[in-house]
Design a protein around this ligand. Structure first.
Ligand code: ATP
Length: 262
């Protein structure tokens, strides 16, 4: 006999799952359907990239999967916890304990040094870091010599590495990265992508990354393509060239549906 969790919840190896995930903004005539009944499984221990034209719903999908935003309809699970329907307080705790975030702006606290920034979320939660894990993260990211530096004393790439370490420090079940290379030059961007890759391959973490950059997506195991709030395609073992070709097809469809557009 199958349990309700087995029927509806995620199977082993699934870090997050959505079924019929729908998100509408606004109401009446001004309603925007940002996500239109999305079904998705995020594989545990893999690096998943989310791509699609501007406005296709990438950030909304990430926010709904991470419990940062409410859904209009459908269900979302993190591991085997259904997060849709959780109260704000429970969601906050779940995010704090089980999810790591990396944003385009690093969101580091200028008055704290690198180590203090890395452990801040755990300090706030009153949790002691697992020192062995923290050491591994710091060494993997090459931050050992920079721990006493404040953000202003670090390069953009180093700051993003600190943000990456902060996301990894509590060994979250899932890391969400929203354009983590968006503000970096290509060399620093490549470095951060290498570290995210290493977080998956070397440390067994699960990463979901929203990006506009086919080169960045090529570091992932699987690219999900969104268009008009739906997952319309996916590409395992992507290359930058193949992703670029796929993205061009969106531009062609757009140009055909809106010939006036530049
Ligand atoms: N808070 C909001 N209020 C109203 N509409 C919103 C809001 N957030 C997003 N939208 C709309 O929802 C749709 C999806 O937005 P979303 O930010 O998820 O797209 P995206 O693919 O991440 O875009 P981009 O690549 O430009 O960042 C867009 O049409 C957007 O205008």
């Amino acid at each position: 006999m199958s349990t309700p969790a087995a029927e509806h919840g995620p199977a082993d190896g699934i870090a997050a799952r959505a079924r019929g995930l729908t998100k509408a903004y606004g109401s009446g005539e001004t309603t925007v359907l940002a996500l239109d009944s999305v079904d998705v499984d995020i594989a545990r221990g893999r690096f998943t990239a989310v791509m699609g034209p501007s406005g296709s719903g990438k950030s909304t999908l990430m926010h709904c999967l991470a419990g940062l935003d409410t859904v209009s309809a459908g269900q979302v699970w993190l591991g085997d916890t259904e997060i849709t329907g959780l109260k704000d307080r429970e969601l906050t705790r779940l995010r704090r304990d089980r999810v790591g975030f990396m944003f385009q702006s690093f969101n580091l606290i200028p008055t704290l040094n690198a180590l203090e920034n890395i452990t801040l979320p755990m300090d706030i939660a009153g949790k002691k870091p697992d020192q062995e894990w923290l050491d591994r993260v710091i060494d993997t990211l090459g931050l050992r010599e920079r721990l006493k530096h404040r953000p202003a004393q670090l390069s953009g790439g180093q700051q993003q590495r600190v943000a990456c370490a902060r996301a990894l420090a509590s060994r979250p079940e899932l890391i969400f990265a929203d354009e983590p290379t968006g503000n970096l030059d290509s060399r620093a961007g490549l470095e951060v992508l290498g570290f995210l890759r290493e977080a998956v391959d070397g440390l067994g973490q699960t990463v979901v990354m929203v990006t506009h950059d086919p080169g960045a997506a090529a570091h992932s195991d699987l690219v999900l393509f969104l268009a008009d709030g739906r997952i319309v395609d996916e590409m395992p073992r992507p290359t930058a060239e193949a992703v670029l070709e796929r993205m061009k097809r969106f531009d062609v469809i757009r140009a055909q549906s809106d010939p006036e557009r530049d």
